[in-house]
Design a protein around this ligand. Structure first.
Ligand code: NI
Ligand code: MN
Length: 222
């Protein structure tokens, strides 16, 4: 499986299926792709904030992926004629052979003043590899439970501070989940976020957990 980072919280998981998460491309200064170049079979959105919902509506209308989102976002998409599977925290769905479980995130969620349900993270199982995309979140002790329930191979970790965790707190979150590999995200997009993953990498490596720092557009294969 190949994990490609498009900057911020946008990742593409590619194996027997292409899964796209949080497609914030337009307005994302780190993104090296155009939204038209992304044609996922499965699309996941962690919450309603613009830097996550991003180009989801346009991509959904063109590429017609299967979509799993929290109930309130499913209703929002359905109102625009987009087919979406509603779900909620700790529920699972199987989309085109991809197993998706929605897990909690400690964050808010709205879009243009509209309540969009809870923010969430996802555990995605594709070709036997489990990836935990934490969404936007603060730390919470049930991250240990997510680790125990799913034994993620890879954790995608927001560590840019301010709207999510600082590098120090994010490293503690990785310790709770205990994945094989941690990939930092949600940093360096805008000047108000941490500009590098250096401190996060050092702190997580001290725990004996591998850190893969991707450049935007770069992929990690496992
Ligand atoms: Ni957010
Ligand atoms: Mn965000």
């Amino acid at each position: 499986m190949k994990i490609t980072w498009h900057g911020h919280a946008c990742f593409e998981l590619a194996g027997s299926r292409r899964v796209l998460i949080d497609p914030f491309i337009t307005g994302n200064p780190l993104a090296k792709v155009k939204p038209e170049e992304l044609s996922p079979e499965v699309l996941l959105i962690t919450h309603g904030h613009e830097d996550h919902l991003g180009d989801a509506v346009a991509i959904a209308k063109r590429a017609k992926p299967k979509i799993a989102v929290i109930h309130e976002i499913a209703v929002f998409l359905q109102e625009q004629g987009i087919e979406a599977e509603g779900m909620n925290i700790y529920g699972s769905v199987e989309l085109d052979g991809v197993r998706v479980t929605m897990v909690p995130a400690l964050h808010s969620s709205s879009h243009a003043g509209r309540y969009m349900g809870s923010a969430c993270g996802f555990v995605v199982e594709l070709d036997g590899v489990r990836v935990y995309h934490a969404g936007d979140t603060g730390i919470f002790s049930d991250m240990r439970l997510i680790g125990e329930l799913f034994s993620p191979d890879v954790m995608l970790v927001p560590m840019g501070d301010r709207y999510t965790m600082s590098p120090r707190i994010a490293a503690k979150a990785v310790e709770l989940v205990s994945p094989k590999v941690a990939i930092p995200m949600h940093y360096a997009t805008f000047p108000i976020l941490a500009d590098s993953a250096e401190e996060f990498k050092r702190l997580v490596e001290e725990l004996g957990i591998e850190v893969v720092v991707l450049e935007p557009g770069e992929s990690y294969e496992l």
